[in-house]
Ligand binder design. Structure first.
Ligand code: ZN
Ligand code: ZN
Length: 553
């Protein structure tokens, strides 16, 4: 090992979207920047989340000083429970980021053993050979930072996710001065967010959605359902403001959105007038034009509140003809099918649905910098080396072209997961590879302890086998014909009546589902999978692959 060089070793997030995780090493000190997850593509049946393979960190466990977080999005913190259960090191993050982390670790029973330490923008933290200065940046989430990492070979500036929002909703501006100051002092390497490198111009401010949303609030005569990502605190703030201005009370429906709003409110990121929030039960007794429901599930996730409301199967959120549903979010590639299926159901309820169709005014803006902002930061920072972060290969490639066109960096380098990149004041190059990859996790439906986390690899599949519940549905009537059957391969239930009861579990799930849910195979399969998984795990301690099959007759 070349001992005088700084190494960058990306474990995730380069060449794919999600599970951002970068190790930085100088001699015997390693820090890890971000610890994200990725949601699996639909081909990965039965897998709940995907996290980076951290073998490299585990093999060097005595050198890992800390995990440092740039912000609280899942693609940056979602892998923490998994990583901390393998490698318990201190976690640094800003106040809001750590509040999300606390919630997450609590869910996994890991909070008591975790060491969480506040990062404060403008205040340096020393970790081994590294001295880290967090710098305030703007993004679609609050309390986000870039990290200026002072190392023995020079300063490495990691932007984290950002856009340059000059009119931030929460008044916390992008610290352009700090970037300029670093540029003056000299930056060895800039590591920059590539997500929107395809987009010309500037990304609009978070504030830019307000006029169009205001117009929607003015025109809506009945109930208004407002859905956005639960971490879109700025967006939630704007929606609450508008609800207040238009005389609507707000009910929160869905766990993720209420928890997230509560954290933001506690930490002063949401200003909620007294009496604005009512319980979903109270909202039912109010006139429709006095209610806004803040509801989770913009991506058509089958078990989310909005998906269930869309098929008329939610206790509190009933969508009636003439109601308006606003999806203030983007369609994440890969989720189109689920989202449009949900939108179809909403139209069946005779609701008015407003989603980001590109044609009807801004109801969503991206949180990532477009080309001019990327160029601006390169110009302010004047790095000697440039390395793109956060994107598929084509984003990284195009980002390098963009950086080279500014004429500023002396050298650029395209780094991918598993590369070992070495640098000092005079050189920047790849030197070898480590084992990096994806670990697929089946988190179980109970979400309790980490012992429940199981790696779904082939060995595992061969041990626990496969379970196929077969449901026969009449195409014309939508009714379930005859009792569900369950076929298994390589799965040993143990006691004889387990399979009989499993059949009953499936039958109960079917009974408890509305006709519309049953007609929607995506929804009904997911419900059966969830319920059956819970039952089988509880009663056999096994985790077979469960694949519901629907036969139409
Ligand atoms: Zn982000
Ligand atoms: Zn991200």
């Amino acid at each position: 090992m070349s001992s005088e060089k700084l190494q960058l070793i990306p474990l995730g997030g380069l060449g794919e979207f999600g599970m951002n995780c970068l190790a930085m090493r100088y001699q015997d000190d390693i820090i890890v920047i971000d610890a994200g997850l990725m949601f699996p593509e639909s081909e990965l049946l039965g897998v709940d989340i995907v996290v980076p393979d951290i073998t490299y960190l585990v093999e060097n466990r005595d050198k890992v000083r800390a995990i440092v977080l740039t912000h609280g999005h899942e693609d940056h913190i979602g892998g923490l429970p998994w990583i901390l259960s393998e490698l318990n090191v201190p976690v640094y993050g800003t106040e809001f980021t750590l509040a999300y982390v606390e919630n997450k670790l609590e869910e996994h029973g890991l909070l008591d053993d975790a060491e969480l330490i506040d990062l404060v923008p403008g205040r340096r933290t020393t970790l081994g050979a590294f001295s880290i200065l967090p710098i305030r940046v703007t993004h679609s989430l609050v309390d986000c930072v870039a990290l200026a990492i002072h190392t023995p070979v020079g300063v490495v500036l990691h932007t984290g996710d950002f856009k340059v929002d000059l009119t931030p909703v929460d008044g916390e501006g992008f610290d352009l001065m700090a970037f300029a100051e670093l540029g003056k002092q000299g930056v060895l390497a800039l590591l920059q967010d590539s997500t929107n490198v395809d987009r010309p111009g500037y990304t609009p401010s978070e504030r830019a959605v307000r006029p169009r949303l205001d117009e929607i609030f003015s025109r809506t005569k009945k109930k208004l359902f407002f859905s956005c990502f639960s971490s879109s605190i700025h967006r939630i703030g704007i929606a609450l403001d508008l609800a207040f201005a238009h005389g609507r009370k707000v009910a929160m429906v869905g766990r993720s959105i209420s928890e997230s709003s509560e954290i933001a409110q506690d930490l002063g990121y949401l200003n909620v007038p007294d009496g604005l929030i009512v319980s979903p039960g109270q909202a039912r007794d109010l006139p429709p034009d006095k209610v806004m429901m803040l509801i989770s599930g913009t991506q058509g996730e089958p078990m989310s509140a909005l998906s269930r409301a869309a098929v008329d199967n939610h206790k509190h959120a009933r969508i009636e003809p003439g109601d308006t549903v606003v999806l203030s979010s983007r369609v994440i590639p890969g989720n189109e099918k689920g989202i449009f299926r949900m939108i179809d159901h909403l139209y069946r309820r005779e609701a008015k649905v407003i989603y980001d169709d590109g044609g009807s005014g801004l109801i969503h803006v991206s949180g990532h910098a477009s080309q001019e902002e990327l160029r601006l930061i390169i110009n302010l920072v004047k790095p000697k080396y440039f390395i793109p972060m956060h994107g598929d290969f084509r984003h990284l490639r195009r980002h390098i072209e963009l950086a080279e066109a500014t004429g500023i960096p002396e050298k650029t380098l395209l780094m991918e997961d598993g590369d070992v990149v070495e640098m000092d004041r005079d050189t920047l190059r790849k030197n070898g590879k480590i084992n990096a990859g994806r670990v697929c996790i089946d988190s179980g439906s109970t979400g309790d302890v980490v012992e429940d986390i199981v790696i779904r690899d082939r060995r595992h599949l061969s041990e626990d086998g496969i379970v196929l519940p077969i449901i026969t549905i009449n195409k014309l009537s939508g009714r379930v014909e005859r009792q569900p059957e369950i076929v298994t391969r390589g799965f040993v239930a143990g006691e004889a009546d387990i399979m009989e009861q499993a059949r009953e579990v499936v039958a109960r799930t079917l009974d408890g589902s509305s006709a519309e849910e049953k007609a929607d195979y995506g929804v009904i399969k997911e419900k059966i999978r969830t319920d059956l998984k819970r039952y089988i795990q509880k009663n056999t301690s096994r985790r077979p692959l469960i694949m519901p099959v629907i036969l139409e007759v």
